[in-house]
Design a protein around this ligand. Structure first.
Ligand code: ADP
Length: 486
């Protein structure tokens, strides 16, 4: 279908609250910049705490009406939103690349992925079944009802400016919750464009609100002090996730957290070499290494190490670094100067401690925050680069001898989000996937994200699951009803 809006019409410079495009009550704003050029793209409202409270009021007021709609009606509106997102794939992808930097092909992929959550949960809306449970006593009947948790506040990161929003908002809206989203201050434009399309789809005022601010603590503490916000859903760093979990304790809010990772990528001697190389590239270099499921430690068994390193180096050297809006770019800029500094310093420390640079290793000749695709060998588990989330286009190669050894080393991290391994041995596939302490295991694949699967972490990588039939449970209460006197 022809898009209703052009790219410039989708660059919105107001927050969307209660169905109205609004400024901060004190008029303050902040700039959004293009990480590839440093150019200012737009400015958006820097909302104050009092604005957040008014938005919560709107979501609270909108809740009963939205909750009481038929599931079919909510599903119908979500389906319209889904269609509108797909119709604007090109415009939204360009906008995302402008504010986030990722290559256009990845932005297009993310828009399709983001839309798929809206479609999936529109379908699930009509299937949030409860139970009738065989009774424990004659004259009584026992029911379990599924009801929406209420008003939800969602805080989302910059690395997936669309999908991390729809992954939370679609299940919440599907079951009758109303939602306030605070997108990352670095990427609010995609969020606002999604809000525009939800408005056109006919989602009623107050049901889906997007609040922009560059003071995330103010937003966080404002929604936390409201007893009528019943759920927080957050994707971002483990550091902030822990703060939110503590804050949520005061009014015992439901909490879903999708936090940092430290994904192992294990290549066993019996792996299919070319597939393992392809999978490692896909998992490591997507979004310039800036995803929480990017492989952070590549463990290669000694018998296949040399051929793997050779082929992998060739593949990494072929990756083209450039602005995301150039169709042939594989790797865009890092999000900002702080990200660049962090990656540089991790590499410097590793090299000082004995790691060797096989390729890349520094800022790219394009300047700005472009970084060379890098491979380091001779990396030790004790180095900071093995313990921290690198969030850059840097592979660290480790060698290992035995299956037990690599499982122990892979699990030796407080994180537990994604993990990957390559083997052609069926029995090993089962053994290793059961022993890895990670919420997600990719066997012979480097790409694991899909709407239909439960995404989420163990240990300090988070709480709860997103996507799939499990993702909708996060937004539902189970109410037990006991009917007596029959
Ligand atoms: P990243 O390191 O990926 O930017 P952050 O955890 O810092 O991850 O940010 C993820 C999201 O959390 C962003 O929307 C950011 O604005 C928000 N955020 C950061 N600090 C806080 C806080 N103290 N309270 C609430 N939200 C926060």
């Amino acid at each position: 279908m022809t898009p209703l809006f052009s790219l410039s019409e989708l660059i919105l410079e107001s927050s969307f609250i209660n169905g109205v495009w609004q400024d901060a009550s004190d008029g303050k704003r902040f700039d959004v910049v293009n990480p590839a050029t440093g150019e200012r793209l737009a400015s958006v409202p820097h909302l104050m705490r009092s604005d957040v409270h008014l938005a919560v009021d709107a979501a609270v007021t909108a809740f009963p009406g939205w909750r009481d709609k038929l599931a079919e009606e909510r599903a119908g509106l979500l389906k319209k939103w889904h269609r509108l997102i797909l119709d604007h794939t090109e415009e939204l992808a360009l906008l995302m690349t402008m504010e986030q930097g990722k290559p256009l092909k990845e932005s297009r992929g993310e828009i399709a992925y983001a839309a798929s959550f809206v479609e999936w949960f529109a379908e699930e809306a009509r299937r949030s079944y409860g139970d009738v449970i065989p009774t424990h006593m004659a004259g009584k009947r026992i029911l379990a009802l599924k009801q929406p948790v209420g008003v939800v506040a969602a805080i989302t990161p910059w690395n997936f400016p669309a999908a991390m929003i729809t992954r939370k908002v679609a299940p919440a809206l599907a079951v009758g919750c109303t939602v306030l989203v605070k997108p990352s201050e670095l990427t609010p434009l995609t969020a606002l464009a999604l809000a525009k399309l939800s408005e056109i789809a006919g989602i009623p005022p107050g049901v889906f609100n997007v609040l922009t601010t560059k003071d995330p603590e103010a937003f966080g503490s404002a929604v936390m002090e409201r007893e009528d916000v019943r759920k927080i859903s957050f994707t971002g760093s483990t550091r902030v996730g822990k703060i939110l979990l503590r804050q949520a304790a005061d009014s015992v809010k439901r909490v879903s957290l999708e936090l940092g990772g430290n994904a192992p990528f294990i290549v066993f001697n019996d792996a299919h070499l070319e597939s393992a190389v392809e999978g490692a590239i896909a998992s490591k270099y997507r979004n310039a290494g800036q995803t929480c499921v990017c492989s952070n430690r590549i463990f290669v068994q000694s018998g296949i190490y040399e051929p793997f390193l050779k082929l992998y180096t060739q593949a990494v050297e072929r990756l083209s670094v450039g602005p995301g809006d150039q169709e042939d770019s594989d790797i865009g800029p890092l999000i900002n100067a702080a990200a660049l500094d962090k990656v540089k310093s991790l590499i410097q420390k590793a090299v000082a401690d004995g790691a060797k640079i096989v390729c890349g290793g520094g800022g790219h000749e394009r300047g700005g925050t472009f970084f060379e695709p890098t491979i380091l060998t001779d990396v030790q588990d004790s180095m900071a680069i093995s313990k921290d989330e690198i969030f850059g286009p840097v592979s660290t190669l480790h060698t290992f001898e035995s299956e037990d050894e690599v499982i122990e080393r892979a699990n030796n991290t407080p994180y537990g989000l994604a993990s990957y391994f390559y083997t052609q041995d069926l029995a090993r596939s089962w053994r290793v996937s059961e022993k890895l302490d990670f919420g997600i295991v990719g066997i012979n694949t480097g790409l694991i994200s899909t709407t239909v699967a439960p995404f989420g972490g163990m240990k300090e990588s988070g709480l709860g699951r997103e996507g799939s039939k499990y993702g909708i449970e996060e937004y539902l209460e189970t109410k037990y009803v006991c009917v007596g006197g029959l």
